[in-house]
Design a binder for this molecule. Structure first.
Ligand SMILES: Cc1ncc(COP(=O)(O)O)c(C=O)c1O
Length: 391
């Protein structure tokens, strides 16, 4: 959207089409009123997304906890809104933990992630009794030592990776495969369970995985769940309690209608050129010898699921041995089901309005549109509501 006078003068477009309405609000008028870059959030959409998760879970599986993934948008107003709706939080740093606590999210509803948590982060969690998802394995002895010093036992889940999943989304945001930097190798599971039981200051609580982000194929969840349930049985045999299964986040959202997205993919396939995303990451088709077919590599930008239909399908579809996920959970003692959605709560609830300053080329020759916004425009950090414009 182009506004204002200046070097970008020639791009000014005050036509009817430039007055684009999103959820009924005129974006051009908002930008004129508040200036750019402007990040607009739609409260009703956030509430609606959260409530879809909550209602579906109430129906399908009573013992559940929704932990909004704070990294998806760290604004105080978002966290405080979700806290009032009853949400917990997935935090990935000491800073995010602080934001969640400031926004009023209770400690028992916080899950702590991160593959390199520093000592003060771990200390804070142990002192407050916050559940830590252990990752990597080396963290076990570190947490145990800090807990020993403090004289307070630490409650932990084990975060796993190494699942047989491939090309489930873009490589950069796949976090459960055998090359993931997050999570402990599933092949190490039994020795990790034993190690936890040997360490006096650790209280085993459950298992965790985060598949990746923008996952649109539900069969991927089933592949991982099957293994998690088997690992839970192994854990219980050894004496490691399974009070919860945390499935992380990852549900994809539709950026395009299916027909539009399929047309884009078809065009990419037909050009037979290599295509790259803005981050210079390959996106397109690659030959798969196993299936003797071309396979899509990258994020799928169309999704058939909303939070409620996803939960409903996840719990009610018979996916192996003619059993549903709910039945499998019941077989292992009905542990709490935790989910950590980020994108599917906030992704369709915000829009960035920027002003085009210049149009030029990269040294390699691609077109660049220069705008007065960066990714830092998407969060307000620790800002409190009265410092924010509400519309
Ligand atoms: C541990 C963990 N949980 C949840 C999420 C949220 O994922 P999404 O925004 O795709 O739902 C992430 C995202 O990276 C994550 O790392």
């Amino acid at each position: 959207m182009i506004l204002d006078k200046g070097p970008w003068n020639k791009y000014i477009d005050e036509t009817e089409e430039s007055h684009r309405k999103i959820y009924g609000t005129d974006m051009f008028d908002l930008a004129k009123q508040y200036g750019t870059p402007l990040f607009v959030l739609f409260e009703d959409i956030i509430v609606n997304n959260y409530e879809k998760y909550r209602h579906a879970l109430e129906k399908e599986y009573k013992d559940h906890l929704i932990c909004y993934a704070v990294k998806a948008n760290t604004s105080y107003c978002v966290l405080n809104l979700l806290s009032k709706l009853g949400s917990g939080a997935d935090v990935a740093s000491e800073y995010e933990l602080q934001l969640a606590l400031n926004a009023g999210i209770p400690v028992e509803k916080i899950r702590v992630n991160g593959n390199c948590k520093n000592e003060s982060y771990l200390e804070e969690c142990i002192k407050k009794g916050i559940l830590i998802n252990v990752d990597p394995e080396e963290e076990l002895t570190i947490i145990n030592a800090i807990a020993f010093e403090l004289g307070i036992a630490a409650k932990i889940n084990i975060r796993f990776a190494g699942f047989p999943v491939k090309h489930i989304t873009s490589r950069a945001i796949t976090t459960s495969s055998d090359w993931s930097k997050f999570g402990i190798d599933i092949k190490r599971a039994n020795s990790v369970f034993r190690k936890v039981l040997e360490l006096d200051m650790l209280i085993p609580n459950g298992l965790m995985v985060h598949l990746g982000s923008q996952i649109t194929d539900i069969s991927t969840y089933y592949t991982v769940l099957e293994i998690l349930i088997d690992l839970s049985r192994d854990a219980q045999r050894i004496g490691f309690d399974i009070n919860e299964i945390d499935l992380g986040g990852g549900l994809g959202i539709p950026y395009f209608e299916p027909e539009h997205w399929n047309a884009i993919k078809k065009k990419i396939k037909n050009t037979r050129k290599e295509n790259y995303t803005w981050a210079d990451e390959f996106i397109g088709y690659e030959y798969n010898a196993e299936s003797d077919d071309m396979e899509w590599i990258g994020e799928e930008l169309s999704s058939a699921y909303a939070p409620d239909t996803f939960i409903q399908k996840l719990f009610t579809e018979k996916y192996s041995a003619n059993k549903t996920f709910k039945e499998k959970l019941e077989e292992i003692g009905s542990p709490r089901f935790v989910i950590e959605p980020g994108r599917s709560i906030i992704g369709n609830a915000g829009v960035t309005i920027a002003k085009i300053g210049h149009v030029s080329n990269t040294p390699r020759g691609e077109n660049i549109v220069h705008v007065d916004a960066g990714v830092n425009s998407h969060t307000f950090g620790t800002a409190v509501p009265e410092q924010l414009h509400r519309t």
